[in-house]
Design a protein around this ligand. Structure first.
Ligand code: KIV
Length: 259
């Protein structure tokens, strides 16, 4: 995929985005995805923290390099962590660092109308930007929890303003998180760039899921919008239990595993 083909997909075919944090999984996910997001959700599912806020730019660069190595043919987006795009200059300095130190094709930042100036400045300096509107995980402490957006008329109109502002600022696509399906459909119809939903229903231009959620590996909690395509946690636990039993019973290694 390229920015041009991603933009051209709108109204033609749904886009598949998935997160990855390392080379091993990136290689496995690459054949079935259009874009790989190195999400700051890695701070929760990889680093075991309660939210995404303590992810650092250095961590994101480290994981983005691993993903780029594992999925050399993929379109890769690096999520800018909390506090790394508080104004135009900070955002540009940090985005340049990501572009110079990794092979990521784009960065993602959370925010709508309030971040339009920053998105515009990044785009005018050759940084490709994926927006992220609706429920913003980096605002979870400020908002007092994870709250579905666009439930009131004002909230819905603000989301449409946000989507238009992100598009006008030059983003090539945007993530739309945690909004009711009818609102998501209205937002998707109001812009000409792809809207990638997560917890936003089916009437959007594509979907994104966190890989450890959809593979059933993350057990701490499962949001309503997640479908577990396999029960990864049970599979892993039972495989490791098997290994443990075989070691204890001296059934492993067998002759075929021995020099
Ligand atoms: O960090 C992340 O994985 C994300 C997705 C949930 C869109 O931002």
């Amino acid at each position: 995929m390229t920015i041009t083909s991603i933009k051209k997909s709108k109204g033609v075919k749904p886009l598949v985005m998935i997160t990855a944090y390392d080379a091993l999984f990136a290689k496995l996910l690459e054949p079935s995805s259009d874009m790989i997001l190195v999400g700051d959700s890695l701070n929760m599912s990889f680093a075991g923290r309660d939210d995404t806020l303590s992810a650092t730019l250095e961590q994101m660069i480290y994981h983005t390099n691993a993903v780029c190595k594992g999925a050399e043919n993929s379109f890769i987006i690096c999520d800018m962590p909390f506090g790394t795009y508080i104004n135009k200059n900070v955002a540009l300095e940090n985005s340049i660092k990501v572009f110079q130190e990794t092979d990521a094709h784009a960065i993602k930042i959370e925010g709508g109308e309030d971040k339009a100036d920053i998105i515009k400045y990044l785009c005018s300096n050759s940084i490709a930007v994926c927006g992220h509107i609706g429920l913003l995980p980096q605002s979870v402490r400020g908002d007092g929890g994870y709250k579905i957006k666009g439930k009131t008329k004002e909230g819905r109109l603000q989301l449409i303003k946000d989507a238009k502002a992100v598009e006008e600022a030059g983003a090539f696509c945007m993530v739309l998180e945690g909004v009711k399906a009818d609102v998501a459909a209205e937002i998707t119809a109001s812009v000409n760039i792809p809207v990638i939903g997560i917890g936003a229903g089916v009437d959007v231009d594509g979907q994104v899921l966190v890989f450890s959620d959809m593979l059933g590996l993350f057990e701490a909690f499962t949001p309503k919008f997640v479908k577990k395509y396999i029960d990864g946690a049970s599979l892993v636990k039972s495989a490791v239990q098997n290994y443990s039993d075989e070691v204890k019973n001296r059934e492993f290694p067998k002759e075929e595993h021995t020099y």
